[in-house]
Write a protein that binds this ligand. Structure first.
Ligand code: MF3
Ligand code: CO
Ligand code: CO
Length: 279
């Protein structure tokens, strides 16, 4: 059993994947936009000396101010509003009192429940100047997410998404974490289907307009293996290599897909790639 099955997967798998209509798309647009705005708001506070507890509190206050609820809070015993995963932490890092330090890379993962719909997104932030290999890992991870997104269209499969990500990441001599995956969501936080970030073309579930899910590749500079710390949540790379992650919530449309968690201010992409086309 993977950590996903243990921690965040739906308790009972039915094989049924929900297909949503226009009103649900409207709900997801609102939830996704507010989630992106929360990540935008946090961006100027991710600096040396600030604790991840402070970021957690700001995210909680932001949710309250916007009539939203931070879905992680109370979820399967989790006691914070966001996840903050620093350096070799792969995902589900728990905010605490330690100050961020110059050179850290940190993933902030926000999930907001807005009028019954979940927006789930994460981004990488750099604390001051970071190592060149850390910048490269962040760029590779963002490109991996977007290659996965670009593979989404009716008739394609979840395996096509995984393959698009894995093939690119491994060509960059990085590795794809296998123990966590993207997930269906909507009125539920974690629903079917699982979205693996590796795979083979044509495998898995066929994509259909109206499906909602996340793509959230975790990419390591070293080997893909992870372990969970005794707190029961924090996943770290076994070889202590750096890890990065980006996450979007998307819906499958007739034309391809709609990304619900784009930043209105364009802050969802890493800042180191002015030579790449914006998307
Ligand atoms: N937001 C994470 C995801 O992308 C899940 C966090 S579950 C928590 O699926 F309980 F750790 F918050
Ligand atoms: Co998610
Ligand atoms: Co998330």
């Amino acid at each position: 059993m993977t950590f996903v099955d243990a921690q965040i997967a739906p308790t009972r798998k039915t094989g049924h994947i929900k297909l949503h209509g226009p009103e649900a798309f409207e709900g997801m647009r609102r939830a996704g936009r507010l989630t992106a705005e929360a990540l935008d708001m946090l961006s100027e506070f991710v600096t040396a000396g600030v604790s991840t507890d402070k970021l957690d509190r700001m995210a909680f206050d932001f949710a309250m101010d916007h009539k939203a609820y931070p879905a992680p809070l109370g979820y399967r015993g989790y006691r914070k509003s966001i996840c903050t995963s620093i350096n070799h932490v792969v995902c589900h890092g728990i905010p605490d009192a330690r100050p961020l330090r110059e050179g850290d890379i940190v993933n902030v993962d926000v999930t907001l429940l807005v009028d019954g719909w979940h927006g789930d997104s994460s981004r990488m932030y750099c604390v001051g100047a970071v190592a060149r290999r850390a910048e490269r890992l962040i760029d590779v991870t963002y490109e991996a997410l977007m290659r996965g997104v670009d593979a989404v269209k009716p008739g394609a499969t979840t395996g096509d998404i995984g393959w698009a990500i894995q093939e690119f990441v491994e060509s960059e001599r990085c590795s794809v974490v296998r123990d966590f995956c993207g997930h269906g969501l909507g009125r539920l936080f974690h629903d079917e289907p699982n979205i693996l970030h590796y795979g083979r073309p044509g495998e898995g579930v066929k994509l259909t307009p109206g499906m909602f899910f996340t793509i959230e590749p975790m990419i390591n500079l070293g080997r893909p293996q992870v372990k969970i710390l005794p707190d029961g949540w924090t996943a770290v790379t076994r070889d202590r290599s750096l890890s990065a992650q980006f996450e979007h919530t998307i819906g499958v449309t007739d034309a391809g897909c709609e990304i619900f968690t784009l930043s209105p201010r364009g802050l969802h992409r890493p800042p180191y790639t002015p030579d790449q086309p914006l998307r």
